[in-house]
Write a protein that binds this ligand. Structure first.
Ligand SMILES: Cc1cc2nc3c(=O)[nH]c(=O)nc-3n(C[C@H](O)[C@H](O)[C@H](O)COP(=O)(O)O)c2cc1C
Length: 396
């Protein structure tokens, strides 16, 4: 991705350097544009060294408004796949919301057709001011995206909202906005389940499994990046991805209820959660004492989420399941496909340290036609993108 990183004059400007470094390391081309005030907080030399790209702006040492065969602000506005403003100042928000453009960065902001992401940072009272909030609403109305400032101790010594969002969260929002959209996935509403379920024995003990939830969370991200509206039902403790509507659940029963609430409005589901097959027959209201036993744990079946959703599906809805198998992978997955009325099952070989918690993973898609070429081995983020691309190709 070609990212134009605009850096105005806020105290958090030094964090833009971290962001530039992070995104450059990921393989994106990052070009920084400093406002005059921005160049008082961070030097072009730092940014050029971190990105390996020229830095533009109002500092006399930088190329701006110089006689040139090309019109620089229009060239840069066209060059960018995405423009991110980090940290967005009250000043630049106000200028852009009102169509003012008196330097390179503000001109680019009016001239570009690329998506724009603002990451504001300022004093709490400034951020809360109706004039600033009005400008944010106006820019929102133009289709520009925001990553809200966080709460915390600000450089001015005040505590409250106005702190620049975490660099990783900004990077995440940039990835989400700038990713390549897949037409077969774009505008679709996709339900994703992820993570382990937890079936409680008493208030302190629980039955669970070794799933971390990372495959499902990466799938939610990849679907979001491909342009889907993603609804994530998440067990376990992983953070929810930015821009994904998420509900957190504990047990298989809760996961089913959350899925049922969303399912009628969805085009399909990727069910990547590791759902418990059984749960304790009863949960003790108080912690069971060592002396009380029980010696034997009585288990009952949990509801089958995919089979339940499949039974109530409307025409056009699709279901993709996951199977973690340690033996007879194809037979088990094909049985699952037929029994639950699924469109595909992605088989995860959990033998020999692969699958749960592993860094790299391979998934073999199995459809009514039989097993297809395996996807991977890849790290899970890459694997998730491969799954989404494969599924998009199946839709043609
Ligand atoms: C030390 C210092 C810190 C500042 N921090 C911020 C800030 O965090 N957010 C903000 O909106 N303005 C901040 N300002 C004010 C801006 O620098 C000022 O509005 C400037 O004109 C912004 O210009 P620009 O938007 O063209 O970069 C700060 C000013 C100073 C002197």
């Amino acid at each position: 991705m070609k990212l134009l990183l605009g850096i105005p004059g806020g105290i958090a400007a030094y964090k833009a350097a971290d962001l530039a470094r992070l995104l450059t390391r990921e393989g994106h081309t990052v070009r920084c544009v400093l406002t005059e005030a921005g160049s008082r907080f961070i030097t072009p030399l730092t940014l050029a060294s971190l990105t390996g790209e020229p830095v533009f702006g109002a500092n006399p040492a930088l190329p701006e408004w110089r006689p040139s065969p090309t019109v620089e602000h229009i060239e840069l506005a066209r060059w960018a796949d995405l423009v991110a403003i980090v940290p967005a100042t009250a000043d630049l928000l106000g200028k852009t919301a009102n169509g003012l453009a008196n330097d390179l960065l503000s001109t680019i902001l009016l001239a570009t057709k690329a998506p724009i992401l603002w990451a504001p940072a300022m004093n709490t009272q400034m951020w809360a001011h109706p004039a600033v909030q009005g400008n944010v609403a106006r820019l929102n109305g133009f289709g520009q995206a925001f990553i809200e400032p966080a709460e915390g101790l600000l450089a001015c010594g005040e505590e409250g909202s106005g702190k620049l969002a975490e660099v990783e969260a900004i990077a995440e929002a940039i990835r989400a906005l700038g990713a390549l959209k897949l037409p077969a996935i774009q505008e679709k509403t996709v339900l994703v389940t992820a993570g382990p379920t937890r079936e409680d024995l008493d208030p302190v003990r629980t039955l669970t499994n070794r799933s971390s939830g990372s495959m499902g969370v990466e799938l939610a991200r990849a679907l979001r990046d491909a342009g889907a509206k993603v609804k994530l039902v998440l067990g376990g403790d992983l953070p929810a991805p930015h821009g994904v509507e998420t509900v957190r659940v504990r047990s298989a029963e809760e996961m089913l209820r959350a899925c049922q609430a969303w399912w009628p409005s969805c085009d399909g589901i990727f069910a990547a959660a590791a759902v418990a097959d059984q749960r304790p027959e009863r949960m003790a209201a108080e912690k069971v004492k060592k002396t009380e036993g029980p010696e034997t744990l009585s288990l009952i079946r949990t509801p089958d989420i995919l089979a339940t959703l499949s039974a109530s599906k409307h025409p056009g809805q699709w279901l993709v399941g996951f199977a973690a198998e340690s033996e007879h992978h194809t037979d088990h997955a094909q049985a699952k496909l037929a029994k639950k009325g699924l469109d595909a099952v992605l088989v995860n070989d959990v033998q020999a340290g692969r699958g749960f918690g592993a860094v790299e993973n391979t998934l073999t898609p199995i459809t009514a036609e039989g097993p297809l070429a395996p996807l991977g081995p890849h790290p899970k983020d890459q694997l998730a993108r491969a799954v989404v691309a494969w599924w998009a190709a199946q839709q043609h």
